[in-house]
Design a protein. Structure first.
Length: 195
């Protein structure tokens, strides 16, 4: 048996030392990967995603948009990504700008208006702009698309709710760090002129 007496980081990510929002995002990402990874099982692709995520928040401002992109990439690597481009029931492509689609977090994706009339479980309305944003992020292989997206407060709240329900249902594990990280990312820095 070997005993470890000392260890050191391979990458120090000095950008996180004074970046409290980046630290909150990094903490959530590490916790998420830790919770879904079975002990003693190799997951090179998951740890590669985590490493890329940590590098991202160490070198760019952390945002809710980035965390949502990270969650979509993680779901993709786990084979659990939501199906956003075709109706789950009839398999027809969704019309661009479709306003009456429904998101089924239990089934794992979108139902077109005719198919959603027959379904009763776990359906949430999804606005066309939200669907377009999620589809764009899901296709993006790197976080640049998320970094370039500026979501409104309404859009962030809807995406947080949809992805939160999806993650809770499909990962079947509590994610207590998620609301904390998103709350910290939503905060404005205190003004230096405040008394």
């Amino acid at each position: 048996m070997h005993i470890a007496r000392e260890c050191g980081p391979l990458k120090t990510r000095d950008g996180l030392r004074a970046n409290w929002k980046g630290c909150a995002a990094a903490s959530y990402m590490a916790d998420l990967i830790s919770r879904i990874s079975p002990p003693d099982a190799p997951h090179a692709e998951l740890f590669g995603l985590l490493e890329a995520g940590l590098d991202e928040v160490a070198s760019h401002p952390a945002s809710a948009e980035f965390l949502f992109w990270f969650e979509l990439r993680l779901l993709e690597q786990l084979g659990l990504a939501p199906r956003l481009q075709h109706c789950l029931a009839c398999k027809k492509p969704l019309a661009p700008g479709e306003r009456r689609s429904r998101f089924s977090y239990a089934r794992g994706g979108i139902l077109c208006p005719p198919c959603s009339r027959d379904a009763t479980d776990s359906l949430l309305p999804i606005a066309a702009d939200i669907l377009a944003i999620l589809t764009s992020w899901q296709r993006a292989q790197n976080p640049q698309a998320a970094r370039a997206t500026r979501c409104s407060t309404r859009q962030l709240a809807e995406i947080e709710n949809l992805l939160g329900l999806f993650l809770a249902y499909h990962l079947d594990t509590p994610l207590p760090g998620r609301p904390i990280a998103l709350d910290i990312l939503a905060r404005k820095p205190a003004s230096a002129n405040c008394a």
